[in-house]
Design a binder for this molecule. Structure first.
Ligand code: 44T
Length: 850
């Protein structure tokens, strides 16, 4: 331990200053001593302040004090976190990083706090930095893998692997540059690829802008690696903030961009292009016959787009967007009020609402049925600024579509053709062999309403707040206009589009009854996965049975105890109520299902007040005594207190843990929660689930490879991009639909890992599993899912078609060539709730002991 007299290894000037300033030395030494004392007495706040003082005054102590300083920082920020002093917490981290800017442990820990607070991008940046500083730091690596998708979205890999798309863009850019567009701006450059194409084609000046910090840094690296750092100027900014001559010296003759999402306008292309035409581009070419130098006029690649739509029936979409069951785990849902997914194009624009969601229609489990032919919803010319500007004020366009197939209207699916120039276009259609997703506009309130081939569907296309919105407003049937989704149509609040005659009006009223629409504007919002969970009959039935079984066992046990000798005065009272705690994340009815068993007091972790109201309404309608349902988070302030029951209450008879995230991964800190929960159980009490078994299979899947990294040794369009973006490769894929994944099965389903939540001693961290190969191929991935055992006999599988869970897959670092009959040794590892796997071919032929 150093003391004030320890001789610092300092330069001469510092030493001289130190000798000159004994008071300062005195302060440093006494503060260091105080810091250590405070640390010892667990007064972390004061210790932290002392350390700050010492290390700022005497940086020479940094190496020596680093460990204690980190420890103090973590302890103190934990305390700040628990009392909600978030700003102070981040101030401490900032001060710490000023002292230790390259400390990977501090960076990683700050990232964890940022992540918990919902600042995902910033968190991801911290994990990335920590990992760059120490690539073999497992905590940072696991954290990084969890968030890398936010930093560099997975579609970057798909786009770079889409050779057709790359080539078409390159050719269109080359043509434009060669015909005279010599100054180019790439809006939303991503990896820099389109800007580099322009440079390579001979453009004199190339500028690029990118709003994401990570992508901007990546683009700079890529452009430098390709020897173009002097010739492409990359700006870290949103194009809307760019000005001439501040950011670029003059207006450009070509804007290239691929800032389009599955719904075409979701990345703000309309706004960006209006701004570009007004501020960054040369004036457009005038008349068709008028010849103007290309270098004196401006144009955009892509030149325009055609948007298509189609009505579909699709069970998978339906169960994620509306309640399809009338009863959940024995409870009637009639009193719940209206529950909606947050995806709706017809409601008032609202922060929490999205106008559409995205899916690859071809990969929807259970498929879909087209109910109409594809129709053209919109044509847009990106080279016409008046048209772009007029889009938002344009009156909604009504389109009448003949229904071609009988079916339930679940959604409108939308895709588009992107016209790069007059000759070349890209399509995102469901039939195309591309990686594009389609935009899905779900229909909410047509439960049980069948479209028939004689019907006509009326769709309204509009462009409010720069989002393309498609809304199925009505069905024409035998002269009647039957309104759909009417309740939430802001154009006609509570007042349907008026019909031509009273007969039709009556007809419409009837249809509203038939489609079960509620007139109330009040509804509760559920995430799509929460909606699918409610619709998961088997899940609730299984919980209901397992809970009923446990509760009757415990009741029986107590009856026996009451009758037995030496009964304590308190135990008769104990038999009155059982206590069940549901710590599921988000909306869950399990507490209510427990309370409905009788003599059960249940605690729910539902946080949102509207959702709590739903539970209260159901308590009422199910004749459950009101006081038998409590909201846990109304009792405790902080997350740490989550599993500490109220001190007055009995030990828990059951604690329900939510163990698998919708994306297909095990929830973070699951095993920690389980061990805490075990301590809080009464004798004979249970954790639900009691055990989780991880299952998986060896597969060959090129699709998974294309989504995880830029493939192949060939440079992308002749540019060196792959090594840079592939740093963001993540070995675990989430949100997978294994049932529709294009892949070749190379083994049977195998049990990979067991997690015992009731018995800590039964757990391990590594397991070797030997799997026999059933067909020859290249093992590229191991998709996995879970069998969740509520008790010995009752289980739910996250692979079942009614599951609200998706699956995940580990993508192997190196594909493994195998033949039928080979044995593969899979090493499966679980570290802090993260599964990792590696595969090796067993060289000896024949089976070996498992
Ligand atoms: N999605 C296509 C492509 N940006 C989305 O930060 C892939 C959809 C897709 N930068 C399935 C598969 C695929 N100024 O890095 C992003 C973004 C940036 C801007 C500066 C602006 N005004 C913007 C707007 C966006 O541009 C990059 C690309 S935008 C997203 C492309 C085939 N479903």
């Amino acid at each position: 331990m150093p003391n004030a007299s320890a001789r610092p290894k300092h330069g001469r000037r510092a030493r001289r200053r130190r000798r000159e300033d004994p008071a300062r030395n005195e302060l440093v030494s006494s503060s260091l001593e105080s810091a250590q004392q405070c640390l010892f007495s667990q007064d972390y706040g004061t210790a932290f302040v002392h350390y700050l003082l010492v290390l700022n005054l005497a940086p020479v102590f940094k190496d020596f004090a680093r460990e204690s300083f980190r420890f103090t920082l973590f302890k103190w920020t934990e305390e700040l976190d628990s009392v909600g002093r978030i700003q102070d917490l981040f101030d401490c981290y900032e001060q710490a990083l000023e002292l230790f800017p390259a400390d990977e442990v501090i960076l990683n820990s700050m990232g964890e706090h940022l992540f918990r607070m919902g600042f995902r991008d910033e968190a991801a940046g911290h994990f990335h930095k920590a990992l760059k500083l120490r690539p073999d730091y497992p905590e940072a690596r696991e954290n990084f893998y969890r968030v890398a998708n936010w930093l560099v979205e997975r579609w970057h890999f798909l786009m770079l692997n889409d050779h057709g798309r790359n080539r078409k863009y390159q050719q269109a850019i080359q043509k434009a540059v060669q015909s005279g567009c010599s100054t180019v701006l790439d809006i939303g450059t991503g990896t820099g690829i389109l800007g580099m194409c322009a440079k390579k084609a001979g453009a004199a000046e190339v500028y690029a802008c990118e709003l994401s910090k990570t992508m901007y840094e990546l683009a700079c690296e890529v452009v430098t690696a390709n020897g173009m750092d002097g010739s492409i100027r990359i700006l870290h900014m949103k194009s809307l903030e760019m000005e001439v001559p501040k950011d670029i010296p003059r207006r450009v003759s070509l804007v290239v961009t691929e800032t389009v999402d599955a719904g075409l306008f979701g990345e703000g292309i309309i706004e960006s292009l209006i701004h570009a035409w007004n501020h960054l581009l040369l004036p457009p070419q005038r008349g068709e016959n008028e010849f103007q130098e290309q270098s004196a006029t401006g144009r955009v690649i892509p030149a325009g787009a055609t948007v298509f739509g189609m009505a579909v029936e699709c069970l998978e979409i339906r169960r994620h967007h509306r309640l399809c069951v009338s009863e959940v785990g024995g409870l009637s849902m009639a009193a719940a009020g209206e529950l909606r997914s947050p995806v709706s194009c017809s409601s008032e624009p609202d922060e929490s609402m999205e106008p559409y969601t995205t899916e690859r229609l071809s990969r929807l489990p259970g498929g879909y049925k087209p109910l109409t032919e594809p129709f053209t919803a919109l044509n847009i010319d990106f080279n016409n600024v008046q048209e772009l500007e007029g889009l938002s004020s344009r009156a909604p366009q009504r389109i009448r579509l003949p229904v071609t197939e009988e079916g339930e209207l679940d959604a409108l699916a939308v895709w588009f053709q992107l016209h790069l120039d007059e000759e070349s276009s890209l399509s995102t259609g469901p039939q195309e062999d591309t990686c594009w997703e389609q935009a899905i506009y779900p229909v909410h309130s047509t439960k049980g309403f069948l479209l028939k081939p004689q019907d006509e569907l009326i769709v309204e296309v509009s462009c409010r707040d720069a989002y393309l919105r498609l809304c199925s407003v009505a069905v024409l049937r035998g002269g009647c206009e039957i309104h759909l989704d009417k309740r939430l149509d802001p154009q006609h609040p509570g007042n349907p589009v008026s019909n031509q005659n009273p007969e039709a009006e009556l007809c419409s009223a009837l249809a509203c009854l038939q489609t079960g629409q509620h007139q109330t504007k009040d509804f509760s919002m559920l995430e799509c996965s929460e909606m699918a969970l409610l619709n998961n009959h088997h899940y609730h039935q299984s919980f209901c049975s397992a809970l009923a079984k446990l509760i009757s066992q415990l009741k029986l046990k107590w009856q026996n105890q009451e009758r037995g000798p030496g009964v304590e005065p308190d135990s008769a009272d104990r038999g009155n109520l059982l206590y069940v705690l549901d710590v599921s994340e988000g909306f869950s009815l399990l507490s209510l299902i427990a309370a409905s068993q009788g003599r059960v007091k249940a605690y729910s972790s539902v946080e949102k007040s509207k959702q709590q109201e739903v539970l209260k309404r159901l308590v009422h309608s199910s004749n459950i005594p009101e006081e038998h349902l409590e909201f846990w988070l109304n009792h405790v302030e902080d997350e740490q207190g989550m599993l500490q029951r109220p001190s007055r209450e009995k030990l828990w008879s059951a604690i329900i843990l939510d163990c698998v995230e919708t994306c297909g991964l095990i929830r973070q800190k699951l095993m920690e929660k389980a061990s805490l929960a075990r301590c809080l159980l009464e004798d004979g009490g249970r954790i639900f689930p009691q055990r989780i078994v991880v299952h998986g299979m060896l597969v060959e899947s090129d699709t998974l490879l294309l989504e995880s990294a830029v493939q192949g040794q060939e440079p992308t369009l002749g540019f060196n991009i792959a090594p840079f973006i592939n740093q963001f490769t993540v070995p675990v894929h989430v949100f997978l639909d294994f049932s529709t994944l294009e892949c070749k099965h190379l083994s049977e389903f195998v049990e990979l890992f067991v997690l015992d939540l009731m018995n800590a001693n039964a757990n391990y961290t590594d397991r070797e599993v030997k799997v026999q190969v059933t067909s020859a191929g290249r093992i590229t991935a191991v998709p996995f899912w879970y069998h969740i055992y509520l008790d010995e006999d009752i289980s739910v599988s996250t692979l079942s078609p009614s599951s609200h869970w998706k699956q995940a897959a580990v993508v192997l670092q190196q594909p493994l060539e195998v033949r039928a009959g080979d044995w593969v040794r899979l090493t499966v590892r679980l570290h802090r709730s993260t599964i990792s796997m590696s595969a090796l071919l067993e060289n000896a032929a024949g089976p070996m002991e498992q």
